[in-house]
Design a protein around this ligand. Sequence first.
Ligand SMILES: NC(=O)c1ccc[n+]([C@@H]2O[C@H](COP(=O)([O-])OP(=O)(O)OC[C@H]3O[C@@H](n4cnc5c(N)ncnc54)[C@H](O)[C@@H]3O)[C@@H](O)[C@H]2O)c1
Length: 263
Amino acid sequence: MAQFNEKVAIVTGAGSGIGFQIAADLAHANAAVVINDIDTTLAANAAKAINQSGGRAIAVEGDCSDIAVIDRLIESACDTWGGVNLAIANAGITTFGNFLDYPVEQFQRLVDLNLRGTFYFAQRTARQMISQNNNHSAPDSTVRPGGRILLMSSVTGIQYHPDLTAYAMSKAAIRMLAKSLGSELGKHHINVNSIAPGATMTERTMEEDDYESMWSGLTPTGRVSTTADISNAALFLLSDAAAQITGQTLVVDGGWTNVSPPP
Ligand SMILES: NC(=O)c1ccc[n+]([C@@H]2O[C@H](COP(=O)([O-])OP(=O)(O)OC[C@H]3O[C@@H](n4cnc5c(N)ncnc54)[C@H](O)[C@@H]3O)[C@@H](O)[C@H]2O)c1
């Protein structure tokens, strides 16, 4: 497994699900991790679990569609560990609804987090990484130049899925954001990629009846993804082994998008 010694990571929406798995795996690979979640208890428990298992984590709660919260995450990483090397924009809202009567308020909440939150998290963390590049010649600087930004798209940003039009649109935009930023930030040694998970078992999806059996039946590999499947791909894209990969979206879906059977 890749090692992330001396790397500082921020993971949004990391109190549970895919985000928690990425944060825990990064911590076990020696990164120091800022855990963000809108749910204070989930954030605190996630950081506690990582610290108790020998990792380094702090919890910073807050809604990361709020730019003040994003700035606070970066400040906390800098105050505690001296900078930010790995920025994982994982938090996203999935809301189902018929296109013809999709409520405006729901649309706004989704766009606020999935688009504005992701965009400004990438912008603010990129600014921090660039400022670290500029200060790198300082003799006491331990933070390495450049960085990695990882965004969370979805297979629904690639293939149609019923009642997910607004969500799908936001996740398609995230793929394009990764492509744009990969080009924009290359000169600063910042790689930007995204992952497009397919159906993945998390605390949230487990609440849906028949989720696992339905998606296992529709997936060529015969099973839904685990959070570890997504985290393994994330750690690869964040590692030195992926240094020449930028602007890409890695689909992790057991082959569902290859055949796209309707749910
Ligand atoms: N689980 C899947 O099957 C799946 C599939 C494709 C894409 N994704 C994407 O992967 C990411 C993680 O998915 P998940 O299923 O683990 O997420 P989830 O819905 O289970 O949420 C994970 C965490 O995010 C937190 N959160 C929610 N809103 C927040 C906000 N505004 N600010 C900070 N934290 C917030 C929640 O409290 C929760 O602890 C999302 O972007 C999602 O769209 C998930």
